[in-house]
Ligand binder design. Structure first.
Ligand code: ADP
Ligand code: MG
Length: 575
């Protein structure tokens, strides 16, 4: 590749770039956050690869990001000494959309330029954000471990194509040079850049350096100006956010940090930051998002928790740190005990990891309990009151998986469940609410499962309950059936499906009703015998029931049998 090569962007990139460059919007400055975050990711990657191969550090073991500008050339350059890019990587990673976040962004585009432009501003589109302010970007890079002659220069004006050529680059890592548009010249200012870095990138755990400025008097005392010196100084705090004391961190800083690690553009619903001491020491900073990702239902989906060991990034998506049913939680766990070269396999077996996982699970449940408590707190703001409902609408169904998966916390989880019922259209009835308003003599919490609320509500199996004014929970999530297998009682009261077995209303029936039922059973014996004979291949049993009021007959499954809902689900799944 020693010759200059012209290559085309993947069609999706071209489309994205068109949007980025043809729209003006209020939040231009996010380009710097995106580029610094890439620089920081590149340093994390180097650190990780160097665990097995220390030679990758070459002669520059301290990792850093430098932000410089040249007023006359109207350029802004972000340089890191991280992992760098090989020529092939430059073509692949900068010429195609590989990451799911950007893909999702593309899916959300509405075609309305103004609305879409706003979306770019909130979301950031990674590397391509540079074209918000630049009409040309030059990337020069050399991958750690490759010889200086195998550097690469990548240049693009953000239209349909880009050029790559081989260069010689002694320094490891990457510089991204933005040739700023005329209207973006105000970024050529130390003050401006510092303030943006402070806003978005303060917690980046490596130093971000800028040239020091000095006041220079003008000639003959004719005014003066700030000029850049050759000395570099750190402009961010460079202490990992989670390692700072809670009291020194503002809500905005937590929110900004969340956006950075989650690639989410909405605010988190809640977060929890703790240093845990004892046999296993670690810091946890965990967030509950306010919106479910598009791939929430994929149980293979990676967990959103990053693992650090003593502030050194170890890995993304450390699934051993969080149970699968809490896969929506985002955050950071920083362990003081694990070895730096810990592998995924080792994680699975580590006792420290087990303790961290248990501690983090408890922490997340406590956060949810707090949100649920706010819901009923008179003193809470309307916004706070609405939070648990919001959470539950997005993640309630996933939480239910925990009933089967996490026996130790089953009771806590059960308290967090919410359902619709014959007395509530909203999915807001907790088992405790229901239990508190059970009818005199009622001995079970009744529920029915169905595909939709309407189907549940209109089921003939509810007739007798309606007649007696007994509330029944209506369950319509696909996981309900499976999850409820694991929850046979709540606070000592059994949960009972109204579609299973002979519903025993026990004390809810008065003597006259009981007697009538017994007499009917006796009187209908011959009929039942004939029906049984006629249906012998289709029904296991035929009996007189007291659960119907208006309908002549209904189907039920045997106690302990697979429910019709579950049977339908399995059939759909081809089993
Ligand atoms: P993301 O950071 O989410 O992967 P970006 O669009 O920001 O997406 O960057 C795309 C890819 O380009 C990165 O995944 C990385 O492979 C590469 N890249 C960008 N900036 C750098 C850099 N400074 N050093 C090394 N690789 C980089
Ligand atoms: Mg990025």
């Amino acid at each position: 590749m020693s010759q200059k090569q012209k290559l085309s962007f993947q069609a999706e990139v071209a489309q994205l770039l068109h949007l980025v460059t043809h729209s003006l919007y209020s939040n231009k400055e996010i380009f710097l956050r995106e580029l610094i975050s890439n620089a920081s990711d590149a340093c994390d990657k180097l650190r990780f690869e160097a665990l097995d191969n220390a030679a990758l550090y070459e002669d520059a073991p301290s990792l850093e990001v430098r932000v410089g500008f040249d007023k006359d050339a109207r350029t802004l350059t972000i340089t890191d000494n991280g992992i760098g890019l090989s020529q092939i990587e430059a073509v692949e990673n900068l010429g195609t959309i590989a990451k799911s976040g950007t893909r999702e962004f593309m899916n959300r585009l509405s075609g309305d330029q103004k609305a879409d432009a706003q979306l770019v501003g909130q979301f950031g589109v990674g590397f391509y954000s540079g074209f918000i302010v630049a009409d040309r970007i030059t990337v020069e890079s050399r991958r750690a471990g490759l010889p200086p002659e195998e550097g690469v220069r990548w240049v693009s004006a953000g239209a349909g194509d880009f050029e790559v050529e081989t260069i010689s680059r002694p320094a490891r890592g990457t510089s991204v040079t933005l040739h700023l548009r005329e209207d973006a010249a105000d970024y050529l200012s130390t003050w401006k850049l510092k303030s943006i870095i402070g806003k978005y990138s303060d917690h980046i755990s490596l130093p971000i350096l800028m040239r020091k400025e000095e006041w220079k008097e003008g000639e003959d005392n004719q005014g003066g100006e700030m000029v850049l010196t050759d000395e570099w100084e750190r402009v961010n705090q460079a202490s990992a956010l989670w390692s700072r004391p809670k009291k020194d961190i503002t809500a905005e800083q937590y929110q900004e940090f969340y956006k950075q690690i989650s690639h989410d553009w909405e605010m988190p619903l809640a977060w929890s930051h703790n240093r845990v001491e004892g046999a296993t020491e670690y810091t946890q900073l965990l967030f509950i998002p306010s919106k479910a990702p598009f791939d929430l239902w994929n149980r293979e989906k990676k967990a959103g928790v990053k693992l650090y060991v003593k502030r050194v990034f170890i890995m993304d998506d450390a699934e051993a740190l969080m149970p699968v049913y809490l896969r929506f939680v985002k955050g950071v766990i920083d362990s003081a005990d694990l070895p730096l070269n810990v592998s995924r396999e080792l994680l699975q077996e580590s006792r420290d990891v087990k303790a961290i996982r248990e501690g983090s699970t408890k922490r997340v449940l406590a956060m949810l309990e707090d949100l649920a408590k706010q819901e009923k707190d008179e003193a809470a703001s309307e916004e706070d009151k609405a939070k648990y409902g919001k959470f539950y609408a997005e993640f309630g169904a996933v939480l239910k998986e925990g009933l089967g998966e996490d026996h130790a916390n089953r009771e806590r989880l059960a308290k967090l469940l919410r359902f619709a019922s014959t007395q509530s259209d909203a999915v807001s009835v907790s088992l405790a609410d229901y239990r508190a308003r059970m009818k005199e003599g009622q001995e079970a919490l009744y529920y029915i499962t169905a595909d939709t609320l309407a189907a549940a509500r209109n089921s003939p199996q509810l007739e007798v309950f309606r007649k007696k004014g007994i509330e029944v929970l209506l369950m319509t999530d696909r996981v309900d059936e499976w999850a409820l297998n694991y929850l046979t009682e709540f606070d000592g009261t059994p949960l009972q499906s109204v579609a299973k077995g002979a519903v025993d209303l026990g004390k809810l029936q008065d003597e006259a009703e009981k007697k009538a039922a017994e007499e009917a059973a006796e009187a209908f014996k011959p009929v039942l015998a004939r029906l049984k004979e006629a249906l012998k291949d289709k029904a296991e049993d035929v009996r007189v029931t007291s659960r119907l009021v208006d309908s002549p007959a209904c189907l039920v499954v045997t106690e302990g049998g697979m429910s019709m809902q579950l049977a339908r689900m399995l059939k759909q799944a081809g089993q």
